[in-house]
Design a protein around this ligand. Structure first.
Ligand SMILES: *Cc1c(COP(=O)(O)O)cnc(C)c1O
Length: 413
């Protein structure tokens, strides 16, 4: 079973070229992804690409990562047959329990592997950008584990809004920079982190928190997170002896979704569906980069993004901080246009219903992000459910959302 074998990524047929572009689009134009960064950053990214290529299929590297997965994170994560949801929907519903990981979400996976890489490269310091602070906390955690210095860039507005996560990062020994430029949110934090990296790359590793950013990050983080799908496939084969009909995951930047999808895309009869944040509805504020956005460049990548006619990036909105991103990892843009995966959305209200539903039906309180994937079951037709096997990525636990949930649900519960 999974416990005894070692996860090593495998090449994927649509892997990006050496400049990070996924296959060309149907009209022949350059593929999504790439490296749209200032000239000064190019050599740094090229070096990282070579460094990653050197360990990508290296058993020794993945054995070290695996040690921490088993003994620190608690992998493999359980695959749980949700019997009460199953009874209610007529489908066989399985939850991949990334919420049971140390620190409560899938983010620790790519933090561990990137920190092991940083150590091997002899880096002394890790930097990261963070929005709501979840990626900052996961990064501060691995920095503490590996004895690396850690600096987290966070918009001043977010620092004020997310006091508890700022405290967590400080408790773990990280230094938090409140970024005062621009809109004082995630995109400004990312700009400052990049600026800092350019001048400190010799001893500093930039740890990006999802399948976005310039090459090699989207491919590297995808490779790392694909352990989710690799485990889930073996676990499901063991209990059901066949592949699922449908695979569901929520999408912010897209790392937990790609992590699960990667081992199912291209498999006959399996449909992968990514769930974007519908926010207050598609005519109001939302985070549906694929459904409502257009291709453009953000954070060093060509991908779908929310922008106005002048190419100004629009603010995303979601009840869940982790899905509140105006862009999306470039591989998802490729998968959507090539029809290899499909995408839909769930609104804030529907996600809250899903949050309460799973809590009461199975005694599992999901993260608001993951609640989007769970809620999608209610949007599926009876035909798509009856006697089907559905695999859902439960990307994180809901503890971090309790204060917000209490405010929203006070009148209802
Ligand atoms: C950050 C986060 C997400 C969104 O990130 P992806 O890269 O899209 O996976 C989803 N769920 C949880 C619990 C998160 O913390």
């Amino acid at each position: 079973m999974t416990h005894n074998t070692l996860y090593i990524p495998r090449p994927v047929p649509h892997d990006p070229d050496s400049l990070g572009h996924f296959p060309r689009r149907a009209d022949g134009s350059v593929g999504f992804g790439g490296r749209y960064v200032p000239e000064t950053l190019m050599p740094v990214l090229e070096q990282l690409r070579l460094d990653y290529e050197a360990v990508r299929f290296d058993e020794d590297f993945w054995r070290e990562v695996d040690y921490y997965y088993k003994h620190y994170v608690g992998r493999p994560s359980a695959l749980y047959f949700a019997k009460n949801l199953s009874k209610e929907t007529g489908a066989k519903i399985y939850l991949k329990r990334e919420d049971l990981n140390h620190t409560g979400a899938h983010k620790i996976n790519h933090c561990i592997a990137q920190a092991v890489l940083a150590k091997r490269l002899g880096k002394k310091k890790i930097i990261a950008e963070t929005g709501a602070g979840q990626h900052g906390v996961a990064t501060a955690t691995v920095a503490a584990l590996f004895g690396l210095e850690c600096e987290v860039f966070m918009g001043a507005k977010d620092v004020a809004r997310q006091e508890l996560n700022v405290f967590r990062m400080k408790l773990l020994g990280a230094k938090v920079h409140a970024v005062e430029s621009g809109s004082k949110t995630l995109k400004d934090a990312m700009n400052d982190a990049i600026r800092h990296w350019v001048t400190n790359a010799r001893d500093t590793y930039y740890l990006i928190g999802t399948v976005a950013g310039p090459h090699p990050y989207p491919m590297m983080v995808r490779d790392i997170q694909s352990i989710i799908g690799w485990e889930a496939k073996q676990q499901l084969m063991q209990v059901e002896g066949r592949l699922p009909d449908t695979v569901l995951a929520c999408i912010g930047g897209g790392s937990n979704a790609l992590g699960l999808f990667s081992h199912f895309i291209g498999e006959e009869g399996v449909e992968c569906i990514g769930i974007e944040a519908g926010g207050e509805g598609l005519d109001c504020k939302h985070g549906c980069s694929l459904e409502k956005g257009t291709p453009g460049v953000l954070h060093g990548q060509l991908s779908y993004l929310l922008q106005d006619e002048d190419g100004q990036v629009q603010e995303a909105h979601s009840i869940s901080a982790g899905l509140d991103y105006p862009g999306i990892g470039p591989e998802h843009s490729y998968l959507k246009e090539s029809g290899k995966a499909t995408y839909d959305h769930i609104t804030d209200d529907e996600a809250i219903d899903g949050f309460v539903w799973l809590s009461r039906a199975e005694g599992i309180i999901p993260a608001f992000e993951s609640s989007h994937a769970v809620a999608y079951l209610k949007k599926m037709s009876p035909d798509a459910l009856q006697n089907k096997i559905i695999l859902i990525n439960l990307s994180g636990r809901g503890d971090k959302d309790m204060m917000q949930a209490q405010k929203i649900l006070k009148e209802r519960l």
